[in-house]
Write a protein that binds this ligand. Structure first.
Ligand code: FE2
Ligand code: FE2
Length: 333
């Protein structure tokens, strides 16, 4: 299939059955199956864009949509296809235009081809962190996404992308990569509709000093999204195929894919001046379990750390919340 045929935006613009059949090279005996995937009716979901102010919509896990009346930014797209399930935002809730897609890092729950290919026709630019180059543990997100047909902008720490009424600044991402030399990872500070947001992904707050420097460079953040998978998978869970020699178990279990614990997350909130903190990216939603391996119970260390962090924030007058599945935050201009 060529890129010109595969990018036909059937969700937004209809085509005849004959044209769809031609594009997909469907045989006579496959037509009944094809028809189960098509509909003659499209009833656009209301409220996909906003007329004033700003809005954040949480699509689950690390996927966050930031909107003003003129700009839409989608972070780490991973979207449920099940529009009938309820209790979640789906593709039907996306605006027709996504000016920017921000990718924080190359883990399978943050750069998701099955979602990216479905939104490609509405995306302006995909923003990705620059890889170190030439190392197999640190492949180029730019080349990967360009090959999928996207316009890609590669950023280094503190690179800035300005747009009408706001900006995106790439900021450092510490940790969470098993101590491997991986550079293709970035957090982002986004200013939009009068608010500043820190998108922390799975970054761990290894050193509060870093966030002091970030604040000095880009200013405080009103809202923070922080990943707290703080007892992550061991090195070999994700990276075993990269090694040419067996990895000793002791090395694997001491070099984990861990985000911030309660104390580290609290440090980030304090240093960046965050007033509204959201714990996210915990891998809890059912529609992404095919790429995640989380199996929390109420006694799990990670969830206890989240509870401790939320309590610490509240003690300090900071609003804090553990996001799950769906959430909307809106404000006046
Ligand atoms: Fe990650
Ligand atoms: Fe993650």
């Amino acid at each position: 299939m060529t890129s010109s045929t595969s990018s036909s935006p059937l969700r937004e613009r209809p085509a005849s059955e004959a044209r769809i059949r031609e594009m997909l090279c469907v045989a006579d005996q496959q037509m009944d199956t094809l028809r189960t995937l098509l509909t003659a009716d499209r009833a656009p979901v209301a409220g996909r864009t906003i007329e004033a102010g700003g809005r954040i919509r949480y699509f689950g896990h690390a996927c966050v949509l930031l909107q003003s009346p003129s700009v839409s930014i989608l972070v780490d797209p991973f979207i449920s296809s099940d529009v009938a399930a309820g209790g979640r935002f789906t593709y039907a809730d996306l605006p027709d235009r996504l000016d920017y897609v921000l990718i924080t890092h190359g883990h399978q729950d943050h750069v998701v081809p099955e979602t990216l290919l479905q939104i490609r026709n509405r995306v302006g630019v995909v923003v990705v962190p620059r890889s170190g180059g030439g190392q197999r543990q640190d492949p180029s997100l730019r080349l990967f996404l360009r090959d999928l047909g996207f316009e890609v902008r590669e950023v280094d720490d503190f690179d800035e992308i300005a747009f009408a009424g706001g900006r995106i600044v790439a900021t450092p991402f510490l940790g969470e990569h098993s101590d491997l030399d991986i550079r293709a990872k970035s957090t982002y500070c986004v200013r939009l509709a009068g608010r500043s947001m820190f998108i922390g992904a799975d970054s761990s707050g290894l050193d509060p000093q870093l966030y002091r420097h970030i604040r000095a460079a880009v200013g405080p953040a009103d809202i923070g999204f922080l990943g707290m998978e703080c007892d992550g998978a061991p090195l070999t869970w994700l990276c075993r195929p990269l090694f040419t020699q067996p990895v000793p178990r002791q090395m694997s279990v001491t070099r984990k894919l861990s985000g911030s614990n309660a104390a580290q997350a609290a440090d980030i909130v304090r240093e960046l001046g965050i007033q509204q903190a959201f714990v996210y990216a915990m891998g809890e939603e059912d529609w992404l379990q095919h790429v995640m391996a989380t199996s929390y119970t109420p006694e799990s260390f990670q969830l206890q750390q989240v509870a401790e962090f939320v309590a610490t924030c509240r003690d300090q007058g900071v609003a804090a919340e553990h996001l799950y599945r769906q959430r909307e935050i809106a404000w006046e201009a």
